[in-house]
Write a protein that binds this ligand. Structure first.
Ligand SMILES: Cc1ncc(COP(=O)(O)O)c(C=O)c1O
Length: 390
């Protein structure tokens, strides 16, 4: 069978493979605790569900404008203006079927063969694969556990070549939870000068930052590199809306139009009902977001303390997102579990706890443990892991 050449370079999402393995075991009746998933365990807030039901009742069930209903585009622009002072006109906003599609539209609209796009590693694999799908070359800049996985402007600037067309930054980051500092973003802007390079900021975990660190990256980016910057956001993690599929991008109008052109020939637009639900999420009460964040913070602190007290796990306290990303090389050996993928498989099959191997994020020797699970589940999972490791 002959597939398109570009598929030679694209790997299916390994994080989704964990989901499949969990499903298979559950079908066999095994009670698996899933700390592999990258999604909130909370239900979507009630007022959002009610808005969606009303949208159906009111027959908002037809095609919408490709870039989204105007009320939602305005609400997204207002969100970034009010929170970060990053002013965008609604014409620069495109609503998408998830942050993933926003990033994909942008990759296809801005990058092509011969171009290099810098991103940080360990990182979310879709960023790299989307660059491949666009025909361009991803260039990974490694961050280190010793530095708390902080992205340094210096290492990004060192990776620049005459072929660099873009830099994709994810903050807070999946899988490390690291938040880029405003100072480093300023340094990056200083170093870029007037170079013709796009900077794309993936803010999908923007409302899940637990520590009191300055993190106005959208404001800094808009001020310093506004004509070359794209912000990407999502309702998925902030509002526990992963299945609804709603994300967005904010960009200079010509870029927004290009991204919308890409989308207009693929999915057309995000689901009409989802758009109304997301409008309610962004404009309705925000106490639900704060409550979820507080609960994630408690879980992070608890799980971190457990893990940190076991010398076999080298773990950094993450500032955001909902993952711990420990170095587990102490638990590997040439004759038993050689890799972190072997360890993750053994934890799944023998301890019945699903985690994602670091290999999925180009970081062998690590595992990603999600704390988007109840405290009881986390406690039970940690007990099972401890029993399994002996
Ligand atoms: C870093 C990062 N960016 C973007 C996304 C996209 O999420 P969604 O498409 O659900 O908005 C994810 C989802 O896991 C992610 O981890």
């Amino acid at each position: 069978m002959r597939l398109a050449d570009r598929l030679d370079r694209v790997r299916a999402s390994q994080t989704q493979q964990v989901l499949v393995a969990v499903e298979r075991l559950r079908q066999q009746g095994v009670e698996v605790i899933d700390l592999g998933a990258g999604e909130p365990d909370f239900p979507t807030p009630d007022h959002v569900k009610i808005a969606a039901a009303a949208a159906i009742e009111d027959n908002f069930t037809k095609y919408t404008a490709g870039a989204g209903i105007i009320g939602l585009r305005e609400a997204i622009a207002t969100h970034y203006a009010e929170r970060y002072g990053a002013a965008y006109d609604a014409t620069g906003v495109v609503v998408t079927a998830g942050g993933k599609q926003a990033l994909y539209n942008i990759a296809v609209a801005l990058f092509g063969p011969g171009d290099e796009v810098i991103t940080h590693v360990p990182g979310w694999p879709s960023i790299v694969e989307q660059v491949h799908l666009a025909g361009a070359e991803p260039v990974g800049v490694r961050t280190s556990a010793e530095e708390g996985f902080e992205l340094r402007a210096e290492s990004v600037l060192e990776a620049l070549t005459p072929r660099t067309r873009g830099i994709v930054i994810n903050s807070p980051a999946n899988p490390t939870g690291a938040v880029m500092s405003e100072t480093e973003l300023h340094r990056l802007a200083d170093g870029l000068g007037d170079r013709d390079v796009w900077v794309i900021l993936d803010l999908c975990y923007e409302q899940l930052i637990y520590d009191d660190t300055p993190h106005n990256l959208p404001g800094v980016l808009r001020d310093r590199l506004g004509d070359r910057a794209v912000l990407v956001g999502s309702a998925s993690k902030s509002y526990a809306m992963t299945g609804w599929r709603c994300g967005w991008l904010l960009a200079p109008v010509a870029v927004a139009e290009a991204a919308n052109a890409v989308q207009s020939h693929s999915t057309s637009h995000a689901t009409s009902i989802t758009q109304h639900a997301t409008l309610a999420a962004l404009t309705g009460p925000q106490a639900c977001v704060a409550a979820m964040r507080d609960e994630y913070r408690t879980r992070r602190d608890t799980l971190f303390d457990w893990m940190n007290s076991d010398a076999r796990f080298q773990v950094v306290r993450p500032a955001g997102a909902f993952y711990l990303f420990p170095d587990v090389s102490e638990l590997l050996s040439p004759d038993e579990r050689r890799t972190s993928a072997d360890l993750a498989l053994a934890l799944l099959n023998e301890a019945h706890v699903a985690v994602t191997p670091g290999e999925a994020f180009d970081a062998p020797g690590f595992i990603r443990v999600s704390y988007a699970a109840s405290m009881e589940q986390l406690r039970e999972a940690w007990t099972r892991i401890q029993q399994f490791l002996g």
